[in-house]
Design a protein around this ligand. Structure first.
Ligand SMILES: C[S@@+](CC[C@H](N)C(=O)[O-])C[C@H]1O[C@@H](n2cnc3c(N)ncnc32)[C@H](O)[C@@H]1O
Length: 283
């Protein structure tokens, strides 16, 4: 990363240098973690060298300058938000009655900067789930203070699900976010399996809870079919919004906003096995 040269006013320069120093520190920390805490998933993680990592909830001016527009979660879900809201005001509005008690999880993300962008104390506890915990010591300390943790594991495995269940202690999640970008390529390209994963997430979500999902490219058609089934079979109690997110890095993907309203079915309505097989044939 180059030292920013184009910041002209004094506060801009100070902020720019602060960000640059933060970046340098996190590179040092990552190296240290690499040598002192080798983990099984690290090789998978290292192979990618994610450019988008630990993104903020909303675009921040300096991030936008340095890393581009797509660096925030808001950018991915902009197309599915109710008019006049951003990702933060939408979530805070939907979960407003659970303020102080809400539980949030970021699947395929550290969630550190994401949850730090919500009003202090809005969530009772939050968690990120990733293949490798690349946070700096400083971030870990800040996160612990705000009751944010990170589970290291593969989100598609039973082992990671058990860790998440232990963390939940029988409770449900009010906010689920998954915005894995290139990480979606790590998910097995299996539509039957993906539907199953989808119903696991739905089961994890509380009544009144909301989830934002970036759909892997290989499942674009499946998502469109599923949206119709969910709307029809739930008689509107699963409020689904479907949009498109275009990223310069990753191309176009489907973005979903799923609000589980009171009276929503206990189990997620799915498209039939036969229809899924049909998708394979059509491909
Ligand atoms: C491009 S980064 C995106 C991180 C974050 N969601 C964001 O938007 O800043 C991809 C992330 O997906 C995670 N990832 C990829 N495959 C995963 C899997 N099977 N289980 C858990 N995390 C995974 C990686 O560890 C990495 O943190």
């Amino acid at each position: 990363m180059e030292r920013p040269k184009y910041l002209t006013t004094k506060p801009q320069r100070a902020k720019g240098l602060e960000l640059y120093a933060f970046h340098v520190q996190s590179v040092i920390d990552k190296e240290r973690i690499h040598f002192t805490r080798p983990q099984a998933h690290f090789t998978r993680e290292e192979k990618h060298g994610w450019e988008v990592q630990d993104s903020p909830l909303l675009p921040r001016r300096l991030d936008r300058f340095i890393l581009g527009e797509e660096y925030s979660y808001h950018a991915t879900f902009r197309s599915v938000l109710p008019e006049g809201t951003n990702l933060k005001t939408d979530i805070v509005g939907v979960l407003g009655d659970r303020k102080g008690e809400a539980i949030g999880i970021d699947l395929g993300g550290l969630g550190s900067r994401l949850f730090a962008d919500f009003p202090k104390g809005f969530f009772a506890k939050t968690q990120g789930v990733v293949l490798f915990d690349s946070r700096s010591m400083l971030q870990c300390t800040d996160d612990t203070v705000s009751n944010h943790g990170v589970i290291v594991g593969d989100i598609t495995t039973d082992k990671t699900r058990e860790s998440v269940d232990r963390w939940l202690g029988g409770k449900k999640v009010d906010l689920i976010i998954e915005r894995m970008m290139g990480g979606l390529d790590e998910i097995p390209h299996d539509l039957h399996f993906l539907q199953k994963q989808f119903s696991v997430l739905y089961d994890m979500l509380s009544e009144g809870g909301i989830m934002f999902i970036q759909v892997p490219k290989f499942a674009t058609k499946l998502a469109s079919l599923w949206v119709d089934v969910a709307r029809e079979e739930s008689l509107g109690t699963i409020d689904v919004k479907q949009g498109i997110y275009h990223s310069n890095q990753y191309g176009s993907t489907v973005a979903l906003r799923i609000h589980k309203l009171p009276g929503a079915p206990r189990e997620l309505p799915l498209i039939s096995q036969r229809e899924v097989r049909g998708l394979y044939k059509a491909a």
